[in-house]
Design a binder for this molecule. Structure first.
Ligand code: APR
Length: 350
């Protein structure tokens, strides 16, 4: 099941367990620690007093009391000095030990703050990468809904280089209002040509095909020869539904179903619905999540979207950001979601 980035106060998140970025004493403090103790009420402190503190990287569990969760899992993050004193491993241990405790207490959903990224001074981009890394590797073997709760936008940073690169791409390609203007037609034609010429993905060069001057749409979807053998096969493919195309692409990719839906950050229940219903109507973020998991080039991403009744739009920042990652060959859905979140856009998957 998926990892979801949300902007909220963790004390308001309804789930089985929320994680507290505590200190060694477990007797409360500032930041998220203070907020959790205030919202839980004094009984939380009374139970914490019985725990005899907690070492850095370790985790201990209490009840949730007045919070909208069954448990609070208290973990102590490392104080960041220079990254050369084992801080990364200790921070990883915080996530691992907290998730392990949640699993042992049959939690089906958990919420984490960005541990150590506040008073303990861990560089936020690094803290986010470690959190995402540890949670997603846990989720590759376990079914759990995990929220990474970002309290304030400034506490959330992707690398400034990536941010400015994406911003530049948006500036070049974002159309305030959706009009298939001359520049949009030219943009579509250019990357169609790039795609044909192979400059997009290092594909083998095919014969250059001149696009008519008034060609305003994406190139007809290119079916790689190994996937569609003959005319009737091709006709079948054109008539296939979204879920039929999805299942065909999963087969062609050689991935197991579970590998694909986890890579798409989609939960098992949703995938089963899609699998069992050939005419299932997915949301656009779900279609894009699968296109990313399958590492589809833009024309095939467009094809999959079209089968679900959608299209990439130049007046959607989220679409432009997804297009940026596909064009740059980065199909890591968690990188894409971090960028979407940083630009205040809906994330993919779930
Ligand atoms: N909900 C979600 N996240 C929050 C909240 C909240 N209510 N309040 C703060 N945060 C975020 C901060 O923006 C930061 O990104 O939690 C992250 C961790 O910040 P801290 O709470 O300062 O925790 P940490 O950096 O691990 O320092 C722990 O601070 O509060 C004391 O007792 C605590 O000594 C311990 C130290």
């Amino acid at each position: 099941m998926p990892l979801k980035l949300i902007r909220n106060d963790i004390t308001r998140v309804e789930c089985d367990a929320i994680v507290n970025a505590a200190n060694h004493t477990l007797l409360g403090g500032g930041g998220v620690d203070g907020a959790i103790h205030r919202a839980a009420g004094k009984k939380l402190l009374e139970e914490c007093r019985t725990l005899n503190g907690c070492d850095t990287g370790e985790a201990k569990i209490t009840k949730g009391y007045d919070l909208p969760c069954r448990y609070v899992i208290h973990t102590v993050g490392p104080i960041y000095t220079d990254g050369k004193h084992g801080e990364e491993q200790l921070l990883r241990n915080c996530y691992r030990n907290s998730l392990k405790l949640g699993l042992e207490h049959q939690c089906e959903s958990m919420a984490f703050p960005l541990i150590s990224a506040g008073a303990y001074g861990y560089p936020r981009t690094e803290a986010l990468r470690i959190a995402t890394d540890e949670i997603t590797s846990f989720l590759s073997d376990h079914d759990m809904m995990v929220y990474l709760v970002i309290f304030d936008q400034k506490a959330f940073q992707i690398s400034s280089h990536l941010y400015s690169d994406i911003q530049e791409y948006i500036d070049q390609n974002y159309a305030e209002t959706h009009s298939d203007s001359i520049s949009e037609r030219r943009r579509r034609r250019n990357y169609a040509k790039e795609f044909i010429s192979g400059s997009f993905f290092g594909r083998k060069k095919t014969e250059e095909k001149e696009w008519e001057e008034n060609e305003a749409v994406f190139p007809p979807p290119l079916y790689s020869s190994e996937s569609v053998e003959s005319l009737e096969e091709r006709l079948k493919v054109i008539d296939e539904s979204f879920s039929e195309m999805l299942l065909r692409k999963i087969d062609e990719s050689g991935m197991k179903d579970s590998e694909c839906y986890k890579k798409a950050n989609i939960d098992r229940k949703l995938f089963s619905k899609i699998r069992s219903n050939p005419s299932y109507k997915p949301s656009k973020p779900t279609v894009l999540a699968f296109a990313i998991a399958l590492e589809l080039p833009l024309p095939e991403t467009e094809e999959m979207l079209m089968k679900a009744g959608f299209a990439l739009s130049p007046s959607s920042k989220a679409d432009i950001i997804v297009e940026y990652f596909i064009k740059n060959g980065n199909y890591d859905i968690f990188d894409i979601n971090d960028a979407l979140f940083a630009f205040d856009q809906p994330t993919l998957g779930v």
